[in-house]
Design a protein around this ligand. Structure first.
Ligand code: PEP
Ligand code: MN
Length: 345
């Protein structure tokens, strides 16, 4: 396998299930030069007891043999300090902290202690909840433990409005992580984001357009037979097609192409300034209204009026082709600020 700087592609089955399955996956994936490392879960976090919980140490033994046969490197999830010690014993190149671990600083700390001085690469998946500080904090702990190759993996957030996906991307959070930790490569995990095979390609392309450094994709030789995450794993052939599409998309813009953006950006600047001036005017009106409400003894929050405002603005938004969820969220934010301003008086 060739090692390229960009994009960093990690691919492999959700779980290492049997010697045969891991061998078949490894043989197919190792023939793709873009793939840097093979992933395979060895200990599986399960929401409820009784499911397939991973093959544990036995899977690491298979990996040790296959590493030599195919000249590949493996990575897997660690959730306890003992897992780290076992991975080291079997020569696993890199490990990752799963979403359920990143959200638990005690566990992150224990795993980091076990990793200190190991020289293993470490990836940190985002926590289940959209809490940027937890994600950044886990990465900082890993860095403090002396890990050299640290990467972040964006696998989406378990929130109410998940945009019809398995996990809500909330891309802006991952991009904020990148601004806070620009030295840490950011990978996208389109498999756990999408939750279904059909969604993986579009999410991967979206991530590459946003400037992600690479992908961690679930790939299984026979996805429908997979013991975990059967719906979201690609076949090795589908991965090959996806990687070709990403390559085609990678195109360095020329100076002339960048220049075409300049006048549009100027107009965008003007629109933003206008929006802020209008918001300022709206808050002034809010203060005037607060004065009248105080004088007449009316309460600040008038639910009937707010419902009418919302319905009116959503009708307008529709005629303007704006997304109604986006407009509703924006208006609720503005209204919240308006109520706060009126309470202050
Ligand atoms: C996985 O990668 O198979 C996994 C369990 O991921 P996450 O921690 O993102 O749920
Ligand atoms: Mn999985």
């Amino acid at each position: 396998m060739e090692h390229r700087d960009r994009p960093i592609i990690i691919a492999g089955p959700c779980s290492a299930e049997s010697r045969g399955q891991l061998r078949e996956a490894t043989e197919a994936i190792s023939s793709l030069p873009q793939v840097k490392m093979i992933r395979a879960g060895v200990w599986k976090p399960r929401t409820r007891p009784g499911g397939f919980e991973g093959m544990g140490e036995e899977a690491l033994q298979w990996m040790q043999v296959l590493m030599k046969e195919f000249g590949v490197e493996y990575c897997c999830e660690v959730a306890r300090p003992e897992h780290v010690a076992l991975c080291q014993r079997y020569g696993i190149r890199a490990v990752w902290l799963g979403a359920r671990t990143t959200g638990n600083p005690f566990m992150v700390e224990e795993i980091c202690e076990a990793m200190r001085g190991s020289g293993m690469g470490v990836m940190v998946k985002n926590p289940m909840s959209p809490d940027l500080k937890l994600w950044v904090g886990a990465i900082e702990r890993v860095q403090l433990a002396g890990a050299q190759e640290v990467m972040a993996v964006h696998r989406g957030f378990d929130v109410y409005n998940n945009e019809g996906l398995r996990n809500a991307p909330m891309w802006e959070l991952a991009l904020r992580l990148r601004r806070e930790l620009p030295e840490v490569p950011l990978l996208c995990d389109p498999s756990h984001l999408g939750g279904s095979r059909e969604r993986v390609a579009a999410l991967s392309l979206a991530a590459m357009q946003l400037g992600y450094d690479g992908l961690m994709v679930e790939v299984h030789p026979h996805p429908t037979l997979a013991l975990t995450d059967a719906a979201q794993q690609l076949t090795p052939g589908e991965l090959a097609t996806l990687l070709d599409n990403i390559k085609e998309q990678k195109h360095q813009a020329t100076d002339a192409e960048v220049l075409r953006l300049t006048p549009l950006r100027r107009q965008m600047d003007d629109v933003d300034h206008e929006l802020l001036r209008l918001l300022g005017r709206r808050m002034e009106l809010s203060r005037e209204i607060a004065g009248v409400k105080r004088e007449t003894g009316m309460s600040v929050y008038q639910s009937k009026r707010w419902e009418e405002v919302l319905a009116d603005r959503l009708r307008l938004a529709e005629t303007l082709g704006l997304d109604s969820d986006f407009v509703r969220e924006l208006l609720e934010k503005i209204h919240g600020e308006s109520v706060r301003v009126q309470m202050k008086g």
